[in-house]
Design a protein around this ligand. Structure first.
Ligand SMILES: Nc1ccn([C@@H]2O[C@H](COP(=O)(O)OP(=O)(O)OP(=O)(O)O)[C@@H](O)[C@H]2O)c(=O)n1
Ligand SMILES: C[C@](O)(CO)[C@H](O)COP(=O)(O)O
Length: 223
């Protein structure tokens, strides 16, 4: 079974702030993108989907073995589609689709997705919602919502390659993630075990948290 990974890295990281998009900022001595890429190289080829404005960084990344580059789109779904189409020459059996902004994904999270793909066409990690859920307006609670059956979605989301390629090519418009695209095409998606360590760097304070998690996972070495 051949597995390829698509790492989407064409976003601008607006919410995280900083002098450059979050994936190109340093964490524990290395770029966020380098930490993320290294998680997936042991599984097979990696496609990194980058923004057309980031050609300077592209030159550095091209020097890394086993990485193919693709040009992203203005929406995440378009960036994923570009990555999937980049893989048509390789035709892997399975594909993992991951956010570059998740550099701390523990190996068991990835392996559980791949294990679920042995018996199904789609699988993705998630954590059940454990806090109470409120509605709010103007700083006041306006209602509550039942949390039963709600999950926080993570990546990598894994698929049979041909199945998700076709689902994306037939999906009009945007999508929050690839599970949404798969489900719109009628594909059943298994939920696998996510992890609190698998955070997505989204806000400025997430850099410190990710730094602590990387230290916890790999020790205090700076890469
Ligand atoms: N047009 C886009 C938008 C997002 N992404 C990628 O999708 C992942 C999840 O998106 P998010 O965390 O929202 O990243 P950004 O879009 O960069 O963040 P922001 O919304 O704060 O600008 C990121 O790895 C991001 O690089 C992408 O490849 N192409
Ligand atoms: C795909 C995703 O990581 C699932 O949690 C997420 O939807 C992408 O980021 P965003 O913050 O929703 O744009």
């Amino acid at each position: 079974m051949t597995t390829a990974t698509i790492i989407v890295a064409a976003g601008r990281g607006t919410r995280a702030g900083g002098p450059k998009p979050k994936q190109w900022q340093q964490i524990n001595g290395r770029m966020v993108a380098d930490w993320t890429i290294d998680l997936f190289l042991p599984y097979g080829p990696v496609v990194l989907v980058i923004n057309p404005d980031d050609t300077d960084i592209a030159d550095t990344l091209k020097a890394r073995d086993q990485i193919m580059l693709a040009t992203g789109a203005s929406e995440r779904a378009g960036s994923v589609r570009a990555g999937l189409e980049q893989l048509t020459g390789i035709q892997p059996d399975k594909v993992l689709i991951h956010d570059v902004a998740r550099p701390c994904t523990p190996k068991p999270v990835i392996d559980s997705v791949l294990a679920a793909l042995e018996t199904g066409k789609a699988a993705a990690p998630a954590l059940p919602v454990t806090d109470a859920l409120w509605m709010g307006e103007n700083g006041f609670v306006t209602g509550t919502r039942d949390r039963t059956g709600l999950f926080r979605a993570q990546t990598p989301q894994g698929f049979d390659y041909q199945t998700i390629l076709s689902a994306h090519q037939n999906h009009p418009g945007t999508a929050a993630d690839d599970v949404e695209v798969a489900r719109a095409a009628g594909i059943e998606v298994a939920i696998t075990q996510g992890s609190d360590l698998n955070l997505k760097i989204t806000a400025p304070e997430d850099f410190d948290r990710a730094s602590r998690i990387l230290e916890e996972l790999y020790g205090s070495a700076t890469g």
